[in-house]
Every structure is written in C-alpha cells, then in structure tokens.
Design a protein around this ligand. Structure first.
Ligand code: SER
Length: 313
C-alpha cells in the first residue's frame, strides 16, 4: 500500500525538493505539503498544501485525520547560526515539534516518522576526521544540543513504544531551488550563486575550514531510501551518520574557477567560524552503507558541473 505522507517544513531548503520527489514516487495527492508559509509555485500547484505550525500537535492531528496520513516527515527546524541568536525559540521549535510527532506515533495515529539530525550533534571533543557513528557527542551550539536531545528521544520512543522513527545526520546540504537560511554550511550554496552573478564571493569561514557536505539529490535519495528500507535493516534508531564529500572554501573556489575563471574569493570569518570549527571535517558513514545500502553519487567535481548546468538555464 502506498504511504500517505505529511511533510512538515515543506517550504524549506530540503522540504521543497523532497516533497516534489515524494510526489513523483507516490502520487501528488498522497503527499501533503505543509509549512508556516506557502511553498514555491510548483509545490502549491502540484498537490495538497496546509499551513501548519509544526509545534501545534492538535492541528497536525487534524490534518493526519483529514488525509488518513500514515507517515510524517518532520523537516521544520531552526538551523545553527540562527539558533545561537534565538536559543529559546530554537529549542521550542526543534524539540516540541519532534515530541508532538513522536507522541502521535505512540498514540498510533501514524506508522512511520522521518526526522533529520545533523553533524551538529558533534562538538569540539569529538574526533574530527572520519568521525565514527558512536563517539563523543558534546555539542557546543544550541542547534546541536537540540539535535542530540532529539536523537535520544527518537531511540527512547523506539525502545519504549515501538515507534518506527528513522533519522539521518545530514552534513551541509547544497541545493539550488530553495536557499537554506541561518546555517553555518550555507556559504557552500551562496558561493555558487555569487560566482555566477558577481564573479566574487566573501566567505564567512576561513579558507581551510573543512566540512562534510552533500548535494541535494543525494540527500533526497538517502532519505527516501532509509524510509523504504525494511525495519529489520534499520539497526540504528538515534540517527545514522551520512556522508558524500568534504571540502574547504578554498577547494570549492578552485572547482568553481574551472567554469568561471575570473572568480575571486575573499575570507572574513564571523561567529560562524567557531561553530564550523566545532564540527567534524569528515564523517564515517559505513553503518548506513552496510545496513541499508547507502551510496552517494555526487562529489565536488560532479556536483559543480551539475550546478552550473542548472544555474545557466
Ligand atoms: N547545515 C546545518 C547548519 O549549518 C547543519 O546541520 O546549521
């Protein structure tokens, strides 16, 4: 039977593309997009859309009943840089939305949940290179604290109540359709737009700041693959490490120069440098690869090629 999916936070960076891919796979009318603001034209025209505050459990339940929803993808969240500015708001949004959805699954209103975690669960005391699945998690950001806590709640609800909740620790996600907002890895999106528009970019991270990254196509595919995997293949219920590539601002600038030879990058670190310095530079995602067959497609070169192909259109 086809799932009926409610996407909370559908108008955001990941939601915009994940929702359309889900509509392609399961049929437009089976994917209910929702957010506190409307999505892009394509989303609004292609299937159902509801205005929902992701922390409002009663409204979520109404919509679940209205459409006979079987799965919820909870993508609404405040990202790392903004969360440092609004700690209380970030905690409220990131945590109460998750607890609402976990409770709805515990109460048997839905069968399956997807909730993203992040490389932000790691902190300055975590091994930086090839960061293992199971390691020290002492985040130094508000966002990271909310994600680590969320991971514990996910495994708790799975253990205690048998809730089928699945999660990935996304690296920085690079995409074109909808820009991310308030993240530390956002520079890796802006740099492509600025390269094309102005042939120059001022980076808020220093040139050798290495971070794990992923192209949106891979992030969307990983998410859907995880949700389609047999329950017995999901051996980790807090959240899976997930990786594709890692690079520094200097390296991405070099990749861009192949297409825009005049491109110039300058560096001016701000408060986001400290956040980036607390995160891993590369991730060991062998558990995801072994348990449910994760394989990435895009590296820095192939992603850059694809981005310029699409941006020039
Ligand atoms: N991309 C996110 C951020 O920078 C990390 O999950 O906040």
């Amino acid at each position: 039977m086809k799932p009926i999916i409610l996407v909370l936070g559908a108008s955001g960076q990941i939601g915009t593309e994940l929702t359309q891919k889900l509509r392609l796979i399961y049929g437009n009318s089976n994917i209910i997009a929702s957010d506190i603001r409307e999505g892009n034209e394509e989303m609004m025209a292609s299937g159902p859309f509801e205005i929902i505050d992701a922390t409002d459990k009663a409204t979520i339940l109404n919509i679940i009943k209205k459409y006979n929803v079987t799965q919820v993808y909870l993508l609404a969240a405040m990202l790392s840089a903004t969360a440092e500015q609004y700690p209380q708001k970030a905690w409220n949004l990131n945590m109460n939305s998750l607890l609402a959805v976990l409770d709805l699954a515990k109460e048997k209103h839905i069968q399956q949940i997807y909730w993203p975690s992040s490389i932000a669960v790691f902190g300055p005391t975590t091994p930086k290179e090839n960061t293992p699945q199971k390691t020290v998690m002492e985040p130094s950001t508000v966002y990271g604290i909310s994600k680590v806590s969320g991971e514990f709640w996910c495994s708790y609800y799975h253990e205690k109540y048998g809730v089928d909740v699945r999660s990935l620790r996304y690296p920085g996600i690079i995409s074109l359709k909808t820009k991310p907002g308030g993240g530390t890895t956002d520079y890796a999106v802006d740099i492509y737009f600025k390269a094309l528009e102005e042939q120059k970019f001022e980076c808020f991270l220093s040139e050798n700041t290495r971070l794990p990254m992923m192209y949106m196509d891979d992030a969307v595919n990983a998410t859907i693959q995880l949700m389609q995997a047999k329950p017995e293949d999901i051996k980790i219920r807090n959240s899976y490490n997930l990786a594709a590539m890692d690079f520094t601002p200097k390296e991405v600038a070099k990749a861009i120069k192949k297409y825009i030879p005049n491109f110039k990058i300058s560096y001016k670190s701000d408060f986001r440098q400290e956040i980036a310095d607390s995160w891993p530079s590369s991730i060991d995602d062998s558990k995801a690869r072994n348990d449910w067959g994760w394989q990435h497609q895009f590296d820095l070169e192939s992603m850059t090629k694809d981005i310029f192909k699409n941006l020039k259109k």
